[in-house]
Each structure stands twice: as structure tokens, then as C-alpha cells.
Design a protein around this ligand. Sequence first.
Ligand SMILES: Cc1cc2nc3c(=O)[nH]c(=O)nc-3n(C[C@H](O)[C@H](O)[C@H](O)COP(=O)(O)O)c2cc1C
Length: 201
Amino acid sequence: MTLQFDNPPADPVPALEAWVQAAWTESNVPNPNAMTLCTVDAHGAPHARIVLLKHFDDEGAVFFTNRQSAKGEQLSADARVALVLHWDHMGRQVRIEGTASAVSDEQSDAYFASRHPESRLGAWASQQSQPCASRDVLLQQLEAARAACDTPDNPARPPHWGGYRVSLDVIEFWQDGEHRLHDRMRYVRDGDTWQSTRLQP
Ligand SMILES: Cc1cc2nc3c(=O)[nH]c(=O)nc-3n(C[C@H](O)[C@H](O)[C@H](O)COP(=O)(O)O)c2cc1C
């Protein structure tokens, strides 16, 4: 779907779904669901890193992580986040701003169960964002997690691991244009409706 910048839809979510689907299905690039997640810490300092978009709908954009990680700590202090998706091969960027909240245990369990058992053990083994003395130490932690697990072929989800859903409060579409005269359309949610503003590139 090509977003009609001259005739923007009232609701940007179907257009965003179409862009996400197109990027996922029409490309051979690795990780077309990679997105930059920007959080702020308790002092207001920004921190950015890549996470994978695993689910997307009207309610928001979902990613999974260790909730005791640096990003998890930051989200506890300030739930406001910014996301950026970039599909270079399609000349497209999407910016999202919203608030992160934990997804249900059921949704976290379902996604966790779809991961490879070794990745599930890794979620137990890694204290994400904490100092690591060496790779050997990390591997020892993995073996300790395996030994401690009743069902190492089918590890359960650690309580500190799960998903966050980022609400869609602001969505900006960016489409590459000739001679850098790109198209931009910014939508701001206003209750049940959206206000759209075309922006200069
Ligand atoms: C392509 C790619 C995908 C990634 N996906 C995730 C992810 O879905 N969840 C996650 O916690 N970290 C993911 N990471 C690692 C994060 O970028 C980051 O290193 C990690 O989450 C720790 O961040 P923090 O210390 O700020 O919490 C990914 C990294 C890359 C390069």
C-alpha cells in the first residue's frame, strides 16, 4: 500500500500495518522488524537500542525483553518511549511515540514458548545489562540455568522476562522523495480520532 500523502487516511493504523507487512513480506533483508527503542532514565538522559517488533495492532507495538535490564529500569521510571523503524530498501521510515506497558502474562508466555529452548535458557542465564566478567562466565551461567531447570528441553518463562506494548500516540510516516523532497505525515491521536499534519522534509 502506498500512503496517499495528498489524501491521507483519517486512521493511520491500517496504513502503518500495511507498511509493516510490506517490509516483512516483500524483503529479503535480515530483521525487517528491527526498530530503535528510545527510553529516558530517571535523570532524563536518553538511551537507544535495537529491539525486534514482534506484534503490531491497533493497541500498539509489542517487543520482548528482560524487564530487569537497563531499559526495563528506565521504563519503570518513565514509561514514555520513542520508536523508529527504517526500511532502507523501501525508502521508508516510521516514527512512533507512546507509552510502554507490560503485556499480559499469557502473551509473554505464548511468545516465550515459541523461542528455541536454548534461547529460553539464555533468558534465565543472562542478567541483561549487568557487567560480564568473560564469555566463559556467561557460559557457566547458562549451564547453571540448565542444571537448575526442571524441564531444560522446555524451560518456562522467567518472571522478569516479558513483553511491552507501546501505545500509538504519535505516528509519523516518511517516504523517500526525489532530490530529498521527502514526504512526511505526522498523526497525533486525539481521543478516538487522529489529527494529521503534513511536514516539510
Ligand atoms: C537486530 C537486533 C535485535 C535485537 N532484539 C532485541 C530484543 O528484541 N529484545 C532485547 O531485549 N534486546 C534485543 N537486542 C539487544 C538490544 O539492542 C540491547 O543490547 C539489549 O536489549 C540491552 O539493552 P539495555 O541494556 O539498554 O536494556 C537486539 C539487538 C539487535 C542488534
